[in-house]
Design a protein. Structure first.
Length: 250
């Protein structure tokens, strides 16, 4: 039985005041026996504050990316051990904004995934096609390639503790959500692919949907067989909306 995970990617949004307000609202709206797990991915400078506020609440927190190198002359970068120092249990890798705006290739993403996995952080591998790729009928080819980049280098066992987030690029921040059927079809493809390599890993891994998830569309998405929660951008910045998405898991 896979538990639903609702994870909030704050991207480059927020302030200390906003962190305090949002986290206290999430904490007061949650209890440890919820039917869904919650996680937040704040910008790096707020991780320490988030750690102080979330410790012992059952809500997890993580980084939005990491540098795969342990330490060194990499101005502006953050390593896995730094995220672990701040109590992170997870890290996003390969978000489409990292791929498109910061030039991360499939190989770069795979190396980050492996660095996270080896350090003990749970990697959340983001995959998804652009609108042009969907219209060209190559969604499965693209998503398959993004997953194979990790399996080909590090083997299927690298996915044993991982999470996959299917995020069609055309649905991120656009208000356009994949329909439950469209999303389910790609989630089933991802699960079949992972199951083909290892039945246990494929059956257990959580596959989140991301792309304009909100309190109104989450229940239909989460009702699909292979959708195990959501990676939420814009709607994770409003406590009421984020908790409404969590409530959709009930
Ligand atoms: C995201 O950036 O991961 C995301 C899914 O954003 P939004 O929910 O705003 O589409």
């Amino acid at each position: 039985m896979r538990r639903i995970l609702v994870a909030g990617n704050w991207k480059m949004h927020g302030s200390l005041a906003m962190v305090d307000e949002l986290i206290s609202a999430l904490v007061s709206g949650s209890s440890t026996d919820e039917s869904a797990d919650l996680a937040v991915f704040p910008p790096f400078p707020y991780l320490d504050r988030v750690r102080n506020l979330l410790q012992d609440t059952g809500i997890a927190w993580g980084g939005q990316t990491l540098n795969p190198v342990a330490q060194g002359a990499y101005t502006g970068e953050v390593s896995a051990s730094m995220l672990l120092d701040l109590g992170c249990s997870m890290v996003l890798v390969g978000h489409s904004e990292r791929r498109a705006l910061f030039g991360e290739s499939d190989e770069d993403v795979a190396v980050r995934f492996d660095a996270a996995h080896k350090s003990g952080l749970q990697p959340v591998l983001c995959v998804g096609e652009t609108l042009e790729e969907r219209e060209a009928g190559i969604t499965e080819q693209v998503v398959g390639r993004q997953i194979d980049a990790v399996i080909g280098r590090y083997g299927i066992q690298a996915f044993a503790q991982a999470i996959v987030a299917y995020e069609p690029v055309w649905a991120i921040g656009t208000g356009k959500t994949a329909s439950p059927d469209q999303a389910q079809a790609v989630h089933a493809f991802i699960r079949d692919k992972l199951s083909g390599a290892d039945g246990i890993i494929g059956g257990q891994i959580r596959i989140l949907y991301g792309g304009s998830v909100n309190g109104s569309n989450a229940a239909d998405l989460f009702a699909q067989d292979d959708i195990d929660g959501g990676l939420v951008g814009g709607a994770s910045l409003k406590a009421g909306e984020f908790l409404a998405i969590r409530d959709a898991a009930r």
